[in-house]
Structure formats: structure tokens, C-alpha cells
Design a protein around this ligand. Structure first.
Ligand SMILES: [Zn+2]
Length: 243
């Protein structure tokens, strides 16, 4: 997904190009200034926001892995393929949620279930398969058996994850592929997790000197600096734009 020309705004990755996103402001007591922030559109279809989402998820997956493995939980990577009767992208995509719901229900009956799942289309056929970072529960044979009776294909890959780095590189690799495969339906969730997978607090949330973020206005993509200047004159306080 490289920009075709300078006019191809939507694919330019230097900033989010979605129009009229809200502008928020917060007062920083420590810095004696007001901060302006315009959140991205948060869509995987947007090159800039996709890169941010990817970084967010790598961080969050790693945080969850660290927390769970710190309590003694072990993890595997698992690849599940769809039933061979589903021969195209659409068929596999439609069957995926139902098949995963059946299989995860079985797994939950066997014990605690913690996972991150990243669907991925095959580069040529477009058939979807599922990559998971999942707590260790079954042998490969048991996964094959349970997957098959939940409607999946026979091809199952299972590998142990032994450290933080293994978990991170797995997440980064498959989220990277997520970025480069742009044929998902709009709004498709590219990462799914088990309930209560640990959140990773973003940097703003950690900043306790900040007051609450308040909605200011909707504003076009460019010109946030002008807005900051105008506000600084009006409010008589330094106003900075957060990137
Ligand atoms: Zn965006």
C-alpha cells in the first residue's frame, strides 16, 4: 500500500487524513499549558492509524503475555485453518466466527482460556486462517480433534512460546500482515481477545497532572496550529498541539 501520488491523500501515512475529527483539550497543571489533541480515525484502512493500531496491539499483547506468564501461565501459538469445503475468501470469513465460538466453548470447558486471535487471509486464495497466541491446554492431536469437530480444517500448527520476545515477534509479524492485506470488510475486527485481556494504559492516561479531556470542536485535518494560536491569545495561556 504505497501512496500512488501526492494527491492520494488517504494513503499518505504521515498523519491521519480523516476530516472533521473532534479536537479535545486538557489543562496540564504541571506544564502550565493547555494541550490540544485530535485523535485519529482509528481505522485499519487509514495508513497512519493502522500503524498506530499495530503498535498499540503489540504493546497490549505483550502486556497481557507478561501479566499472565508472571502468574505461571504458559502459552502456545496456534494456527487454525478453515474447512476444505469453504473454498473462497467470503465463505471462510463468514464461517470463522461460528467455528471459533464452537471451538472456544469446548476449550473453555477444559479449563481457563486466554487468547489473542488474528485472522489472516491467504495471499493468493484469500481463504482466511486464524493465528492465536493462546494459553497452553491441549496437545496438537487434541487441537486437531476438537477443531475438526467444530468445523475447522485438519491443518493445525502448534508451537510453544517461551519468552516475552517470542510473544512480541509473533504479534508484530501477524499484525504486520494484517496491515498489508487490505481486503477485509470495512470495520472488520482484526484482533480479538479473550475477555478482560489486560489493557495497556496509553501515555495520556498515565499522566496524572492532566485534567479531563474536553471536547472543543470538530476541525479539518490541517490548521490545528492556527487554532492553538488563536486559543492562546483568547485564553492567555500557552497552547500546544499533541502529536
Ligand atoms: Zn486515520
Amino acid at each position: 500500500m504505497t501512496p500512488k501520488s501526492d494527491l492520494d491523500y488517504e494513503n499518505r501515512g504521515d498523519k491521519c487524513r480523516a476530516y472533521y475529527r473532534p479536537v479535545l483539550y486538557a489543562h496540564s497543571a504541571d506544564r502550565q499549558e493547555v494541550l490540544l489533541y485530535q485523535p485519529g480515525c482509528g481505522q485499519w484502512e487509514c495508513l497512519f492509524c493502522a500503524a498506530r493500531l499495530r503498535a498499540y496491539w503489540v504493546k497490549r499483547i505483550a502486556a497481557g503475555y507478561d501479566q499472565y506468564s508472571g502468574c505461571g501461565m504458559q502459552f502456545d501459538t496456534l494456527t487454525l485453518t478453515m474447512h476444505e469445503k469453504l473454498y473462497n475468501a467470503w465463505g471462510t470469513l463468514r464461517a470463522l466466527p461460528g467455528c471459533w465460538s464452537k471451538l472456544s466453548t469446548r476449550a473453555r470447558r477444559a479449563g481457563l482460556l486466554r487468547y489473542v486471535a488474528i485472522p489472516e487471509p491467504h495471499p493468493s486464495s484469500g481463504r482466511v486462517h486464524l493465528h492465536l497466541l493462546i494459553n497452553r491446554m491441549w496437545t496438537r492431536e487434541a487441537w486437531v480433534k476438537n477443531a475438526r469437530s467444530s468445523g475447522w480444517g485438519y491443518q493445525v500448527k502448534l508451537r510453544g512460546v517461551y519468552d516475552h520476545r517470542g510473544a512480541i515477534s509473533y504479534a508484530a509479524k501477524h499484525l504486520g500482515k494484517c496491515l498489508s492485506s487490505g481486503d477485509w470488510p470495512k470495520g472488520f475486527r482484526r484482533v480479538r481477545t479473550s475477555q478482560h485481556w489486560p489493557e495497556c494504559p496509553d501515555d495520556f492516561e498515565k499522566d496524572t497532572s492532566l485534567g479531563e479531556w474536553v471536547w472543543l470542536c470538530s476541525y479539518p485535518v490541517d490548521g490545528l496550529e492556527f487554532l492553538a494560536q488563536g486559543l492562546a491569545e483568547k485564553w492567555r495561556i500557552k497552547v500546544s498541539v499533541l502529536r
